[in-house]
Design a protein around this ligand. Structure first.
Ligand code: PLP
Length: 460
């Protein structure tokens, strides 16, 4: 049934009323007001229930309202919520660093905690640069990244984000960094297979380093499995191996942005673990690490980099909330639940079940042209025509329309705000890792109803 409160429009309260007054186009319908959450469900203030099909922004990995996490939060808050880390170490910071480094495995000896994903990427880029400076390689400063990509919304993270829309506004304010194409899998350039295109993209990295001058190139940053950039494209192992080889050849640091793909979502603690022959030098995490209970991001680094920087006066980088005791306590409790419930293995298993259901849905729906992903990081491609793989026109704004239909059918769907034209439209399907088989059935049923309404609009 439809929510009881009729949607009002954004901007219709005297002071805008919410952050969305900045964020969404004026006159957009107001989203429902969240009331509470439990498991894979959210309820609005009117009591209407929504299945959280994307774990918010791919965040709520252990579902909502987890009692163990809430108890840990209360316990830490009642002891101390804040103590500045240069004056006081915190028990949970030490325990969380040990835990995350051991889950990440060989090559990840130190963990630096910040407030979110953009801050984690800023930290990775700055640590890489600081390391180059203290090791006598101060000429290296360029960070190559991919197009399309998303690495965050702060100006440093935007410099490496491959997205024309944000570049058109903020590009003049930031040092433009070289871009190479990200391998895609659905719409390929003429004459390419998925594998041959991925390898061509890897070769482009070597060419770009040569063109820029290897002595100026600091790092290459990529999302091992794309989120809102490529929509869960999974590249072949040979791509990662070639990239690793190229970085070794030119002394370039390899950074994996695992803000969306990390913390167990793809069926390994890090997506990097799927390609053991191509380990990155630095990894960033956020989202699923504290699973939305508190804000938290993390940079993982090897001893050799941290020791070189610490041995030369220390990392010139910090934030008020770095290593926040409350966030670290919460993330430890989240990791307890990930282990207790076996959620990394569950992501792998449920991922197969979700994939099967989405492929069956693609057979039935005229709009679903592709299903892809790994574990519970998956996406469906939304097309105007399956034969030609033609996308819907950008001005139709299929993702925004699908979100509205989804809410009417009791399913919350996070997707990309701007249609990146040439790259088409996709919808992430990334439920909490705790989702049951019957909840997966319900997710796909509700999604199918939302897609049917969208299909009606397309033909109207
Ligand atoms: N990197 C990736 C791959 C992301 O998906 C995101 C957020 O969606 C970010 C970085 C930025 O993280 P945050 O929004 O926590 O700053």
């Amino acid at each position: 049934s439809a929510p009881s409160t009729p949607p009002r429009l954004l901007g219709d309260t005297p002071h805008g009323g919410s952050v969305l007054a900045f964020y969404s186009p004026k006159g957009s319908p107001r989203p429902p007001r969240v009331g509470r959450g439990e498991g894979v469900y959210l309820w609005d203030a009117d009591g209407q229930r929504y299945l959280d099909a994307t774990a918010g922004a791919v965040v709520a990995n252990i579902g909502h309202g987890n009692p163990h996490v809430l108890a840990a939060m209360q316990e830490q808050a009642s002891r101390v919520s804040f103590a500045y880390p240069r004056f006081f170490e915190s028990e949970h910071n030490i325990a969380l660093a040990d835990r995350v480094c051991s889950l990440a495995g060989e090559g990840f000896d130190r963990a630096f905690f910040v407030s979110g994903g953009s801050e984690a990427n800023e930290s990775a880029i700055k640590l890489a640069r600081h390391y180059a400076v203290v090791s006598g390689q101060g000429s290296r400063w360029k960070v190559i990244s991919r197009n399309p990509s998303y690495h965050g919304s702060t100006l440093g993270a935007l410099a490496v984000t491959g997205d024309e829309h944000t570049q058109s506004i903020y590009g003049a304010m930031i040092k433009p960094m070289p871009k190479v194409p990200a391998p895609l899998s659905y719409r390929l350039p003429e004459g390419h297979t998925e594998e041959s295109y991925a390898m061509a993209c890897a070769e482009d990295l070597a060419r770009t380093i040569e063109r820029e001058g290897p002595e100026t190139v600091l790092a290459f940053i990529l999302e091992p499995i794309g989120g809102l950039s490529t929509g869960a494209v999974v590249s072949p192992a040979a791509y990662f191996e070639r990239v690793r080889q190229t970085c070794d050849q030119y002394g370039v640091l390899l950074i994996y942005d695992e803000i969306m793909s990390g913390a167990g979502r793809t069926g390994e603690f890090l997506a990097a673990h799927h390609w053991q022959a191509a380990r990155p030098d630095l990894v960033t995490l956020a989202k699923g690490l504290a699973a939305g209970y508190t804000p938290l991001g993390c940079l993982l680094a090897p001893d050799r980099i941290v020791d070189a920087v610490a041995g030369s006066g220390g990392f010139v980088h910090g934030h008020t909330y770095f290593t926040n005791p409350l966030s670290c306590a919460v993330a430890n409790a989240v990791m307890d639940e990930v282990e207790r419930q076996g959620l990394v293995a569950r992501a792998r298993e449920r991922g197969l079940g979700l994939r099967r259901r989405l492929e069956a849905l693609a057979e039935r729906s005229p709009l679903v042209g592709d299903v892809r992903g790994l574990g519970l990081l998956s996406a469906i491609e939304i097309v105007a025509d399956k034969g030609s793989r033609r996308a819907l026109p950008p001005e139709f704004n299929a993702p925004a329309k699908l979100t509205v239909h989804g809410l009417r059918h009791g399913i919350a769907l996070y997707n990309r705000r701007a249609n990146l034209g040439a790259f088409g439209d996709f919808q992430m399907i990334t439920p909490p890792l705790t989702i049951s088989e019957s909840e997966l059935d319900e997710l796909v049923e509700r999604l199918e109803r939302a897609l049917a309404d969208l299909a009606d609009e397309v033909t109207r």
